[in-house]
Design a protein around this ligand. Structure first.
Ligand SMILES: [Zn+2]
Length: 452
């Protein structure tokens, strides 16, 4: 069978590995950049509203026992206000025609549940009015409601006696499972978007496999991907967001590599293969995004020196300024200029492994010898310092003091689950496999605050 290499440009161009990395250990929140957002419902006014509410601040507190709400007056109606930059809640309420006294009392009441200084531009506030009892005051302010979280709302309502009270409402969440799978025809990116996989999840997917798979070289036509992920919605369907990948699989040249999301006893959430081995390895093969492998490991004619020389690392061509990541947790044991390497950082990961990064334009602030770094943390930026013909990262993996081929080295494996943890993982695996097999259409897994 003829296999050809496929481009992955569309994916690699974003800083997705870093994004995925940062998200991996965190519970998904509504801040997830690609979370699906459904705007709050704008309720139209029930009849043509007059905006000239509250022309007199005193009108509301001068009850007129004889006058009743008259039929020609509009009924209650709602307005949706948006917080602009520099707005205070008082300013917004006054702008909506609410009198200062009412606005002040309502804000005081709100404070018992929510600090109005937390309002952010773009946030929406729904304000409702009811028919007033006075000719000068066709409507009086009745209630305001604002969203304070993905599924929480605070509302401040006027009681009969005219005072305001704040209440918090939590909407129930419904989690559904979804399946996206397909064959890779021209690129993983295209295949995934055709299958409806949200972009943020594609990034997570790539990150989860990035320790084992070189996405620029290993993906070929006919390879397959499978993903089962969550979608979380409020019960009333007003808001929804993408949840987590629970199960994924990548089949390269017919080899299926499934991974499962699992919460360890320690509380850490990670992906494990079907044998309970962590998908995340101690070291990354490619500690950079947006890069193209421009020179492999081994003997080559040196572009500057002109004679054959052993190339002791791999080169990734990338635009100047592209972030470079620490390939694994460790301590910087060198950060400075180093001859032909130019600006150079070396990280000691353990007694066996070190990684080195050369020709950097600059180091990230605070990167000095002795600094402890985490896998995926930015340590510096691509440049062309030292003996170099153009911007690229020269990357070395050093094992027991010997430079080895990063693309070939058997990665020090990540964690392997054991004993009762492994048994618990296997239960999860069986459950996810069954759920995935049943998926096609959406299946509901009930009301979960957030499935983990
Ligand atoms: Zn090199």
């Amino acid at each position: 069978m003829i296999r050809r290499r496929l481009p992955l440009t569309a994916i690699i161009s974003s800083s997705l590995i870093a994004g995925g990395l940062l998200m991996l250990d965190l519970p998904q929140s509504e801040e997830t950049p690609h979370a699906l957002k459904v705007p709050m419902t704008h309720t139209a006014s029930l009849s043509a509203p007059s905006m000239s509410v509250g022309s007199s601040a005193n009108a509301a507190i001068q009850p007129d026992p004889v006058s009743q709400p008259r039929e020609e007056l509009p009924q209650s109606y709602l307005r949706t206000l948006e917080v602009g930059s520099g707005d205070t809640l008082m300013k917004i309420l006054l702008g909506a025609g609410i009198n200062r006294g009412d606005a002040h009392t309502a804000i005081q009441a709100l404070r018992t549940e929510y600090d109005p200084r937390r309002l952010r531009p773009g946030q929406e506030i729904q304000v409702s009015f009811q028919p007033g009892r006075h000719e000068d005051m066709p409507h009086t302010f009745k209630e305001m409601r604002l969203s304070t979280g993905f599924n929480t709302e605070v509302y401040v309502a006027r009681a009969e006696e005219g005072e305001y009270q704040a209440h918090e409402e939590t909407k129930e969440l419904v989690t559904t499972l979804h399946r996206a799978d397909g064959e890779i025809d021209s690129s993983l990116y295209l295949a995934a978007s055709k299958a409806g996989l949200p972009a943020s999840l594609l990034m997570e997917f790539i990150f989860a496999y990035s320790f084992d798979v070189d996405f620029q070289r290993d993906i070929q036509k006919g390879d397959r991907f499978e993903v089962m992920y969550e979608k979380v919605e409020t019960e009333d369907g007003s808001r929804s967001k993408v949840g987590n990948i629970l199960f994924a699989s990548l089949s390269l040249s017919g080899d299926r590599m499934p991974i499962y999301r699992f919460k360890e006893k320690s509380g850490r959430i990670a992906y494990f293969n079907d044998k309970g081995q962590s998908a995340q390895k101690a070291l990354m093969r490619t500690p950079i995004n947006g890069a193209r492998l421009s020179s492999g490991f081994g003997k080559r004619r040196h572009p500057i020196l002109g004679y054959s020389k052993m190339h002791t690392g791999v080169d990734f061509a990338a635009p100047r300024g592209t972030p470079i990541y620490a390939a694994g947790d460790g301590v910087l044991d060198y950060a400075g200029r180093k001859g032909g390497y130019g600006k150079y950082i070396r990280i000691r990961h353990n007694s066996e492994y070190q990684t080195a990064y050369a020709h950097m334009r600059s180091f990230r602030k605070g990167m000095y010898k002795g600094k402890r770094v985490k896998q995926g943390q930015i340590i510096g930026y691509v440049g062309t310092t030292g003996r170099s013909t153009g911007p690229h990262l020269h990357y070395e993996i050093i094992r027991n003091g010997r430079k080895t081929n990063p693309l070939r080295v058997r990665m020090p494996s990540g964690k392997k689950l054991k004993g009762t943890e492994l048994a618990r993982f296997m239960d999860t695996k069986v459950k996810f496999d069954q759920q995935y097999a049943q998926l096609g259409p959406v299946i509901s897994i009930g009301r979960l605050a957030s499935a983990e």
